[in-house]
Design a protein around this ligand. Structure first.
Ligand code: GAR
Length: 199
C-alpha cells in the first residue's frame, strides 16, 4: 500500500515516519511527500531519504479547489491509499475529505478534544493542565474532531515552557504516528461511528 505524508514545516513527524519505514516498523510504502512550502525543512528531509516531493503552493493556483484538484491528480498517479497529515497547516475542503473518507490521518499535539487548533501546546500551558499528550485521529470535515485512533499522555511540569513541552509531546507523536500508520496498513482499524476499533 502506498501512502503520502502532507507537511508544511519542520517535519520531525515526517522524519519519524521515514525512520520507522526504514526499520520496517511501517510496511506500507511512503511514496510521496506533499508540501505547501518549497522552503520547509520537511522538503530537505524527504529529499535526503529519496522520497518524491510534490509542492503545491497556494500562490501557484487560482483557487483552493484547483490546488486540491492538482493534489488529487498527483495522489492518483502515485496510487496513494492513505494520507498522513503531519503538521500540514492547511484545512482540507469538505470535498477532499469526502473523497478520502477514513483514509486521512492527522496528528495533533494534545489529548483531543482538549486544545483543538493551531496552538495546542501554548493553550495547554496557559490553561494549567497537569497532563497533555498527542492524538492520532481520522480527519473529518470538522477540524480536529474525527474519530480517535491512538493517544499518549505526558505530564506538564511546573517549569515547562512551549519548547520543553513541545519536545516531550513530540516524543509521543514520533512513537504513536508510525504505529497508527502501520495499524491502518495492516487493515487493523475499523471505524464504528465515533469509535475506532483496533482489531
Ligand atoms: C506537530 O507537533 C503536530 O502535532 C502539529 O504540528 C507539529 C508539526 O511538527 N500539528 C498541529 O498542531 C495541527 N493542529 P513537525 O513538522 O515537526 O512534524
Amino acid at each position: 500500500m502506498n501512502f503520502a505524508v502532507f507537511c508544511s514545516g519542520h517535519g520531525t513527524n515526517l522524519q519519524a515516519i521515514i525512520d520507522a519505514a526504514k526499520k520496517r516498523r511501517i510496511s506500507a510504502k511512503l511514496a510521496l511527500v506533499v508540501c505547501d512550502n518549497p522552503r520547509a525543512y520537511a522538503v530537505k528531509r524527504a529529499g535526503r531519504a529519496g522520497i518524491p516531493v510534490a509542492i503545491f503552493g497556494p500562490k501557484d493556483f487560482p483557487s483552493k479547489k484547483e490546488l486540491e484538484a492538482a493534489v488529487v491528480r498527483e495522489l492518483g498517479r502515485e496510487n496513494i491509499k492513505l494520507i498522513a497529515l503531519a503538521g500540514y497547516m492547511r484545512i482540507l475542503s469538505g470535498n477532499f475529505v469526502k473523497r478520502y473518507r477514513n483514509r486521512i490521518l492527522n496528528i495533533h499535539p494534545a489529548l483531543l478534544p482538549a486544545f483543538k487548533g493551531g496552538q495546542a501546546i501554548k493553550d495547554a500551558i496557559q490553561y494549567g493542565v497537569k497532563i497533555t499528550g498527542a492524538t492520532v485521529h481520522f480527519v473529518t470535515e470538522d477540524v480536529d474532531a474525527g474519530p480517535v485512533i491512538l493517544q499518549a499522555a505526558c505530564p506538564v511540569k511546573n517549569n515547562d515552557n512551549e519548547k520543553t513541552l513541545l519536545a516531550r509531546v513530540h516524543k509521543l507523536e514520533h512513537k504513536i504516528y508510525p504505529e497508527a500508520i502501520e495499524l491502518f496498513a495492516r487493515g487493523k482499524l475499523k471505524v464504528a461511528g465515533r469509535r475506532v476499533i483496533v482489531k
